[in-house]
Design a protein. Structure first.
Length: 328
């Protein structure tokens, strides 16, 4: 039964996460400011599913006290909103994926500073490798800013400068999200040590408790809901629906399938297996984004991708290394 659950979880991860990239990028290319409505609808969908099937309309007693979730929920909300909002600042999807794959850097740094962890030398080297990859990918993408401006007829130096500055804000948001995500990982590790792992419960409360915070973006979300309803029709098998709503619903459903698969893997598989599966999934998603949407991807981008994903696999000891040192 466990093997069947693992195979099903892997299918959910690859099918859900990889198809999610297509729906997300279609949304972002049509509306770069769609981050708030995407995040809000994802939270609402997971909350409704969890309300009926996980908590049985709140009749199932939670294993972890609600107050313990508060700190985690704040960070989870911030990370989710910021990651999606970064697209508004001209961050291309491939760079977004590469950047988010660098979470090990901050996780390790905070582990050393806060938890006083010690790591073997190969892990420090692999983190440096990942850092170099992210820096190279960011540099390669920054060169595209001026090229895109000249292609669109906005080669004026001042306009290029402001586009670049706007892009830098997006990079700053991604850095902030990486740090917040790493903090969330540390808090989650301590929480699970004390109360045990309860992934379905955590998934529900992570999404349900922060819902009132979306009132901050209420006017933006409502205006986009209205405009999406007026978007051009998407026709499939003779059935017509607003294109943007089709993309949004597709994104929500595939995101849920993806997250559900990952949550299942973390409870059924060793961490190394999960890392390998998720890293491979990210690489496939990156290839889909480059091929399907014809996103610019230079030799520098490919080199950076090799450094980031190779460093991740090496850090996780999926790739072999000669001297194995004890980690404390």
């Amino acid at each position: 039964m466990t093997n069947a659950k693992v195979l099903l979880a892997m299918l959910l991860v690859y099918l859900g996460c990889c198809s999610n990239v297509i729906f997300l990028e279609k949304l972002i290319k049509s509306d770069p400011g769609a981050g708030n409505i995407i995040t809000c609808m994802q939270f609402v969908f997971v909350t409704l599913e969890g309300f009926f099937f996980t908590t049985k309309c709140l009749t199932v007693r939670n294993k972890i006290p609600i107050k313990q979730y508060i700190k985690m929920d704040m960070l989870f909300f911030i990370v989710s909103v910021v990651n999606n909002y970064a697209f508004y600042f001209n961050i291309p999807m491939p760079l977004h994926m590469i950047f988010r794959s660098g979470s090990l850097i901050v996780n390790m740094l905070l582990g050393v500073l806060i938890l006083k962890k010690e790591y073997s030398s190969h892990k420090y080297i692999s983190v440096v490798t990942i850092s170099m990859g992210i820096f190279i990918a960011t540099y390669a993408s920054s060169k595209e800013i001026g090229h895109d401006a000249s292609t669109e007829g906005d080669a004026d130096d001042e306009k290029v400068f402001w586009r670049f500055l706007w892009w830098l804000v997006g990079i700053a948001l991604l850095v902030f999200a990486l740090i917040a995500s790493a903090l969330m990982g540390l808090f989650q590790e301590q929480l699970y040590k004390k109360y045990g792992k309860h992934p379905r419960e955590a998934m529900f409360y992570y999404h349900a408790l922060p819902l009132p915070a979306f009132l901050i973006f209420g006017s933006d979300i409502l205006s986009r809901m209205s405009s999406y309803a007026q978007s051009e029709p998407f026709i499939l098998l003779g059935i017509s629906a607003p294109k943007m709503w089709v993309y949004l619903i597709g994104n929500i459903v595939t995101q849920y399938i993806c997250v559900r698969g990952v949550f299942t893997l973390t409870t059924e598989c060793p961490s190394l297996v999960v890392t390998l599966i998720v890293t491979l999934r990210k690489f496939i998603s990156l290839l889909i984004s480059i091929w399907y949407f014809q996103n610019p991807f230079t030799a520098l981008h490919w080199f950076a991708t090799f450094l980031v994903f190779g460093g991740t696999l090496w850090f996780s000891e999926v790739l072999p290394f000669k001297a194995k040192e004890k980690e404390e």
